[in-house]
Design a binder for this molecule. Structure first.
Ligand code: SF4
Length: 424
């Protein structure tokens, strides 16, 4: 039997009801926030689940949980911390709410910018930080409001970036020849991040007791040199590993037996997204620069065999003209590996304006081919009974641009023109 108490959404176990007060670190059950994420912001799907948490003492001063009708829950529930300490609410936002190394957490979470973004989102609009570099999925997807509950005083989801120097493909000093061709690490004037990850993790560790989702990300490979375990230790994750869902993208090249054994113990509630981007050696080496396709497949098969209940994985594919012809077999490969889903995301320049990517990305002259392939992979997903997750439409906004004539009539300002049309 459960009883309402404390922050409105927190339910106290029946044996607490005589006191009517939750002591710090008592076990309680809280509703899980929407699993809507920036990687899969499907506005039609909101999930709720319950988790056992240990309440920290700082919770006692918090007021009631709030609820809101919104098409995107991230401004209410999440912070994304870049390797430099700059904070946003998701990786598609531009600008910053503040820097964790310079400002207090509450100054950032309750900043004017944060409030304005929440207000705009609640009104069904995209704040200018959300339209910034053009990556927000809601620029191309319908914005459908759903009820979301949240804690006004703190986020329940954290995404933490590792520095851009921490990737096994191209190493600490990547070049255009050694990094994946579409990765921002492959630009000739690559600027290395200063590695302050552990200092940032220390500053975030106080949020662990109420955290429901932790993602380690960035232009990086978390399993390289055991880095993920170092970060988890600094956060104090071990104590909360049964109540906090962990997720990450990995290229799976160094995800060998010792790494897997350690990970299976460290993150019992987890979802890994293995980024492969190819189904053949030839294409793999064009993208990843390394002859590691067989090793990746072997590592994923081993993990599929040994992982425990509560541990899930999907296959992720970044799609461009180099691998578009393999998109349909990518669905087959994911199904054959036993993945729970297969993701597709069109290659983008991350707002960098890289001209060298223009011809391999979806663009004004090839978007119809990307749209055609999207139909085929959806059909293949139905046939193989595996969910196909489109982070964004493969043809991006180009069909809409064609509709309003922005491609043909005004190529110079087409992006701004489209944003003005769809951001309202
Ligand atoms: S950029 Fe898009 S996905 Fe990110 S918080 Fe804004 S509306 Fe949500």
């Amino acid at each position: 039997m459960l009883r309402d108490n404390f922050c409105g959404t927190v339910k106290v176990l029946a044996d607490n009801k005589s006191t009517g007060v939750i002591k710090p670190n008592r076990i309680a059950i809280v509703p899980f926030r929407s699993t809507l994420t920036h990687r899969n912001p499907d506005p039609g799907k909101f999930y709720y689940r319950r988790r056992r948490i240990k309440l920290p003492s700082f919770c006692r001063r918090h007021t009631l949980s709030s609820s809101v009708n919104t098409f995107c829950d991230l401004p209410f529930n999440k912070i994304k911390v870049a390797a430099s300490g700059e904070v946003t609410m998701c990786c598609f936002q531009s600008g910053t709410l503040g820097n964790l190394m310079k400002s207090s957490f509450s100054d950032i979470w309750e900043s004017n910018a944060a409030k304005l973004i929440r207000r705009a989102t609640e009104a069904g609009e995209l704040h200018e930080m959300c339209t910034g570099w053009g990556g927000c999925p809601f620029l191309c997807k319908p914005r459908v409001n759903q009820p979301v509950t949240f804690e006004p005083a703190y986020p329940t989801q954290i995404e933490l970036d590792l520095p851009n120097t921490h990737c096994n493909i191209g190493g600490t000093s990547p070049t255009p020849e050694t990094a994946c061709f579409m990765c921002p690490r492959s630009i000739p004037d690559f600027i290395a991040d200063v590695d302050i990850t552990l200092e940032i993790a220390k500053k975030l560790s106080f949020l662990m007791p109420t955290l429901t989702d932790l993602r380690i990300q960035g232009l990086s490979e978390l399993f390289w040199k055991d880095r993920v375990f170092e970060v988890l230790e600094t956060l104090g994750f071990e104590q909360y590993k049964h109540q906090c869902h962990f997720s990450a993208y990995s290229n799976a090249i160094v995800f060998n037996t010792p790494q897997q054994t350690r990970f299976i113990d460290a993150c019992p509630d987890s979802r890994l997204f293995f980024s492969i981007d190819a189904v053949t050696h030839e294409t793999y080496i064009k993208v990843r620069r390394l002859p590691a396709f067989d090793r990746v497949i072997a590592n994923i098969k081993e993990f599929a065999k040994n992982k425990k209940d509560g541990q899930h994985f999907e296959i992720a594919n970044n799609i461009n003209m180099v691998n578009l012809h393999e998109a349909v077999p990518m669905v087959d490969l994911a199904a054959d590996l036993g993945a729970e889903g297969v993701q597709f995301n069109p290659t983008h320049d991350g707002g960098t304006g890289r001209v060298d990517l223009h011809n391999v990305q979806v663009n004004e002259s090839n978007y119809q081919e990307f749209a055609r392939v999207q139909d085929l992979i959806i059909e293949r997903g139905h046939q193989r009974q595996i969910p196909v997750i489109l982070t964004r439409p493969l043809a991006l906004h180009y069909p809409d641009m064609a509709k309003v004539g922005a491609i043909e009539n005004n190529p110079q300002s087409r992006w701004k023109k489209l944003l003005n049309l769809i951001a309202k």
